[in-house]
Ligand binder design. Structure first.
Ligand code: ADP
Length: 376
């Protein structure tokens, strides 16, 4: 039996109508033109046109025709970090505060604004803060949580190895999956209790520095790895009114003779800044190099396959194929809520990558019932 907290569905928005609450929400964000776009693009007209009021994005196919795609939300280049957070992430954060698992992911070609959207610290200007910081801000502000009930781990996934960004010598962290509950955890990862927002900002900064150092050592770019913030929330349930079962008012404590026994409800939020989605074998590499390219992108490719399988209602969802999809297993299915933000640039020079990102987002929009992921 599943219990439902009364406040797990709150005000947020139309983004979240309950009709198809199991569906992955997909938003697209268009990056403002950068200096390169402005200088080199004389011959390349913009390849996309956003129509935010229609929640549509037009992609130009050639000089004569364009295709229009619908998303849950379309953010133009002027969209604020605050608005992106409120539409894309806040409903997931609220759901996690209500006791469910949730995932927020950013997908797109390198340089299109994934890290800006998700990981920006905004130290000098709070209006620049990205989703990770704003999510923790909301979680910390939840007065019903005690100070020891919010914990985070911060990880990097590269070449199918999970590295602890809070203790970088700790690489190859194994994934544990509870055979009974299906709960996925990383017993070897550093877990830090968050005292306040400043504390969290410091941790993120340490994580970023470690990520940078690790990638310099490996001679790779951070665009090749996934950054994963895992937030664990524990909340005690004392009050009978806090828990309403699917059968109505009856609570667990009623069943146990009326004593209010404090119980703990755990939930988990994953915020993932995915590796760049661009093809790595573009340069025509062969042999070992191509093999390496495939391995680097294994998790991303596997995520794509799971999304395709889910979108096609396939009976087999290949979640076991990569570390990323294994990590997402209990946060990306069943009652868990998932938001995907895809990021694109405006220039026609990257038409192929932009088109492929849009198609990824379109397929994810079709995922209606993700319960299957748990049943595999
Ligand atoms: P990615 O993580 O996808 O590789 P970044 O987040 O690093 O891309 O963004 C690339 C550059 O574009 C950065 O300098 C970033 O500050 C800038 N940028 C991205 N999105 C925006 C935006 N919405 N507004 C202003 N600058 C942005």
């Amino acid at each position: 039996r599943r219990s439902v907290t009364p406040n797990s569905r709150t005000h947020s928005d139309t983004y979240n109508n309950d009709e198809d609450s199991g569906r992955v929400r997909v938003a697209v964000r268009l990056r403002p033109k950068n200096a390169e776009d402005l200088h080199l693009d004389a011959d390349f007209a913009d390849c996309v046109e956003s129509q935010p009021e229609l929640k549509r994005l037009k992609l130009r196919k050639n000089n004569w025709s364009s295709e229009s795609y619908r998303f849950d939300e379309v953010f133009t280049e002027t969209a604020s970090q605050r608005r992106v957070y409120e539409v894309v992430a806040k409903p997931v954060v609220e759901s996690v505060l209500g006791g469910y698992n949730g995932t927020i992911m950013a997908y797109g070609q390198t340089g299109t604004g994934k890290t800006y959207t998700v990981g920006r610290l905004g130290k000098d200007d709070a209006s620049e803060r990205g989703i990770m910081v704003r999510a923790l801000e909301d979680i910390i502000a939840d007065r019903s949580l005690t100070s020891d009930s919010v914990e985070v781990s911060y990880l990097q996934l590269y070449m199918e190895s999970i590295q602890d960004l809070l203790a970088p010598e700790n690489i190859n962290i194994p994934i544990h999956e509870d055979p009974k509950t299906g709960e996925v955890s990383l017993p070897g990862a550093t877990v830090v209790k968050i005292q306040d927002l400043d504390h969290f900002l410091q941790l993120l900064q340490i994580g970023e520095a470690n990520r940078h150092a690790a990638n310099t050592k490996l001679n790779t770019e951070s665009s090749r790895s996934h950054a994963i913030l895992m937030v664990h929330i524990r909340r005690s349930i004392h009050d009978k009114s806090d828990e309403i079962t699917s059968h109505g008012k009856e609570t667990r404590s009623d069943l146990l003779g009326g004593n209010s026994i404090p119980r703990v409800r755990k939930s988990k939020l994953l915020i993932v800044d995915l590796a760049g989605s661009e093809r790595l074998d573009k340069s025509g590499s062969e042999g070992p190099l191509l093999e390496e390219a495939k391995f680097i992108n294994l998790s991303l490719t596997s995520l794509g396959k799971c999304i395709n399988a889910l979108a096609e209602n396939s009976p087999h969802i290949p979640t076991r194929d990569s570390k990323l999809t294994r990590l997402l297993r209990d946060s990306f299915g069943g009652s868990a809520r998932t938001s995907l933000i895809i990021t694109i640039g405006p220039s026609a020079r990257h038409h192929a990558e932009t088109a492929s990102t849009i198609m990824f987002g379109q397929r994810a929009m079709k995922i209606v019932n993700m319960v299957k992921l748990k049943e595999e």
